[in-house]
Write a protein of this length. Sequence first.
Length: 281
Amino acid sequence: MPFSAQPPASGESYALSASLDNARNLSSLLRAVHFQDHATCLATASGLRVTVEDAKCIQANAFIQAEIFQEFSVQEESVMFRISLSVLLDCLTIFGTSSLPGTSTALRMCYRGYGYPLMLFLEEGGVVTVCKINTQEPVELLDFDFCSTKVVNKIILQSEGLREAFAELDMTSEVLQITMSPDKPYFRLSTFGNAGSAHLDYPRDSDLMEAFHCNQTQTNRYKISLLKPSTKALTLSCKVSIRTDAQGFLSLQYMIRNEDGQICFVEYYCCPDENITEAEL
């Protein structure tokens, strides 16, 4: 991999520089959170976090740990910028989304700091393409304050179980109702569409259930229009952690194994639908 061995040109110093042997390991994760045009990137010594938000109701984060990269260097405590995610994905897949067997697109990514563009050097089959993407002032992100100490209920499912659920439930419904309980029905997904209501139950001893930690019964509804973007990450994932806090905020954390067998995470936070009254539940 030629890029990782190349030092910056004389006199140049980068706030962020990173190299990947296989750019698809980055582009596939970014595609999983690509439901808005712009994203906020935060680089620290531990890796890169790419955040996308919509309507102050949903937030998606793709975490690419420093170990995933062949080289990852951050010269400051943190480096943050906003970028067009659509343009970034177009650049990362400039050689196409599927390479010939045994070939991959190598990536070197450099960012000099505030006001400078993000520079991408992509190489495949001896051909090098250089892309410069303008960066913007980062916007203030939502803080869901979703720490482990505030989690009320948590289950871990094999992703195939949730994929089957989304295929079977009536997606003409405006909301998805999620019930998590220490007692029956344990974990229930419900929709209320044109064909009537539908329920899908998962017992706590289901083969699909990897972990079950429910402290109290909670029933919350979430707009399906907000949850649909997360199905991109669900398709790529092997496991999903579903957590709720006392206010009903939902965290969906997807564990994704990339082409090289490394583990990455994509997390979605979603607000409950405030238009639902207790009587309707």
